[in-house]
Write a protein that binds this ligand. Structure first.
Ligand code: NI
Length: 168
């Protein structure tokens, strides 16, 4: 029992970070009205809705990557994106016309999928730096951090700063 607990330490740590960052992000948007969330300029030209859609895009790409790890040689789309600014701009154009409630539904739904996808991984898959050549020596935990919890932390902080500046 003790050995099993130790073996899944990394997975538990990742799940904890995902939950922590999500709680932090939800706290950062807490109390905003739908109108506030549609106001342009929270992060660059993006509204809070656009930021949440942007986070959802990356987490959704991550879920797709995690669901295909049984074919380790298959390079996921998420690591093949060459021009990240262009990709983000294109995704912004796709998501901009979508209503807030749909964006929010996806935002919550994709995060649930992500938690389940991580839950289903074994410790070696998460930590072995040689298993996936396309990770270029990083463990899978790094990709998850970069595309999910560090990313949420970064934008939560920007939203906090915007709110403070706007008095919201
Ligand atoms: Ni971002």
């Amino acid at each position: 029992m003790q050995a099993d607990t130790r073996k899944s330490a990394q997975k538990q740590a990742v799940l904890e970070e995902l939950r922590r960052a999500r709680a932090n992000l939800l706290a950062a948007i807490e109390g905003l009205t739908p109108n506030d969330m549609l106001r342009a300029g929270a992060v660059g030209i993006w509204s809070v809705k656009d930021v949440l859609a942007h986070l959802t895009v990356w987490e959704s790409e991550l879920v797709t990557a995690l669901s295909r790890l049984d074919r380790p040689a298959l390079v996921p789309h998420i690591v093949q994106i060459e021009d990240i600014d262009e990709f983000n701009a294109e995704q912004y154009r796709i998501n901009a016309p979508r209503p807030l409630e749909i964006v929010l539904e996806d935002f919550h739904g994709v995060h649930k999928h992500l938690l389940r996808a991580v839950e289903a991984l074994d410790e070696r898959t998460l930590t072995d730096v040689r298993k996936f050549r396309w990770l270029e020596g990083e463990p899978l935990t790094y990709l998850i951090a970069e595309c999910a919890y560090w990313h949420e932390d970064e934008h939560a902080e920007q939203i906090r700063q915007w709110r403070a500046a706007q008095g919201l």
